[in-house]
Design a protein around this ligand. Structure first.
Ligand code: PEP
Length: 247
């Protein structure tokens, strides 16, 4: 049985004060949830969130660089994230791929470094609207999954979470339908099975992401292949995010 995992991606939102206020409340409100709950906050809030001594909510970052340390102005290492109490790190989000031109090779280096350091990557994959219209969805997610996981060991794959996020559904209010997302996620799982083994593929958690809200989460969580959600906008308000976690 895979434990569901619902993660909030706050993107570039919230000051330290706003972040601590919300996470303190969230930690109490979801204390008894069977779902694994993660908040991926901006770097600036992570140390303060960690200092709250949270019981339930786990912390994640939204990006990192693969090098150990050195002259990489503006970057943050995996060890620095571990040091401030992160357990997860989102890698390969479509905004990183599109705006910051990250490619599969770079994302793969980050995935390997995160795992080596003891962080659990949330590897994002997903197609653009043009790719979907051209019938390329499956090819795109299979390629991104294969390249993103290159060199990952069989003993490491259980630590990886994959998020299927169709780019056209992120922040747009458009969602994939549950059935369709389930099929794409099944093909991602088959890819993991080919790369590792069918048994290990059954252990890897694969989330759906893209305009998830309290009103549509159930449609996704009811699908057999979908193990949780990566939530952007609706993770910024405690009532909405709690509504999603309590689907
Ligand atoms: C995301 O940023 O990963 C995301 C899914 O955003 P939203 O929920 O706002 O579509």
């Amino acid at each position: 049985m895979r434990t569901p995992i619902i993660a909030g991606n706050w993107k570039m939102h919230k000051t330290v004060g706003e972040a601590t206020e919300m996470v303190r409340k969230l930690d109490e409100l979801v204390a008894d949830s069977p779902v694994e709950v993660v908040i991926c906050a901006p770097f600036t809030s992570l140390a303060s969130l960690s200092a709250l001594g949270l019981n339930k909510v786990k912390l994640g970052a939204q990006n990192m660089y693969f090098a150990e340390q050195g002259a990489f102005t503006g970057e943050i290492s995996a060890a620095m994230l571990e040091d401030v109490g992160c357990e997860y790190v989102i890698l390969g989000h479509s905004e990183r791929r599109e705006i910051f031109k990250e490619d599969d090779e770079l994302i793969n280096k980050k995935v390997l470094k995160a795992l080596e350091t003891g962080l659990k990557p949330i590897l994002c994959v997903g197609e653009t609207l043009e790719q979907r219209k051209a019938g390329e969805t499956e090819n795109v997610v299979v390629e991104q999954t294969t390249k993103g996981l290159a060199g990952v060991g069989a003993e490491q794959i259980r630590q990886v979470v994959i998020a299927y996020e169709p780019i056209w559904a992120i922040g747009t209010g458009e969602t994939s339908d549950g059935n369709d997302a389930n099929q794409v996620i099944a093909s991602i799982r088959q890819t993991v099975a080919k790369l590792f083994s069918p048994e290990l593929a059954q252990e890897v958690r694969i989330q759906y992401g893209g305009s998830v809200k309290p009103g549509n989460i159930k449609e996704f969580m009811d699908q057999p292949e979908i193990d949780g959600a990566l939530v952007g906008g609706a993770s910024l308000k405690v009532e909405d995010f709690v509504g999603i976690i309590n689907y």
